[in-house]
Design a protein around this ligand. Structure first.
Ligand SMILES: *[C@@H]1O[C@H](CO)[C@@H](O)[C@H](O)[C@H]1NC(C)=O
Length: 82
């Protein structure tokens, strides 16, 4: 996976964590054409939406195959260097 895509994924997860108490719109990441996977083009997906503070991002994935972990700024920096 390209470093830019990896950084985008981490940023999206971080944004979802920060906006956990969202009051705005709710978006299912990648929907409707894709989902939270390695095939969806998130650059294209985000270009179709104007996000605002308070929006909620929903990551739908098979729990048997994946999980979600909280990351911090140091983790993001390390991923950006890969
Ligand atoms: C993802 O979408 C963007 C914007 O449409 C495009 O520039 C880019 O080439 C696409 N990436 C891939 C891997 O298809």
């Amino acid at each position: 996976m390209a470093a830019a895509t990896r950084a985008l994924l981490v940023a999206a997860v971080t944004a979802a964590a920060l906006f956990g108490t969202a009051l705005g719109a709710t978006y299912t990441v990648g929907a409707p054409a894709g989902s939270w996977d390695l095939r969806t083009n998130y650059t294209r997906w985000t270009s179709t939406i104007r996000f605002y503070t308070g929006d909620e991002l929903r990551f739908q994935y098979p729990a048997a195959a994946h999980n979600v972990v909280e990351s911090d700024q140091d983790c993001l920096r390390q991923l950006q260097q890969l």
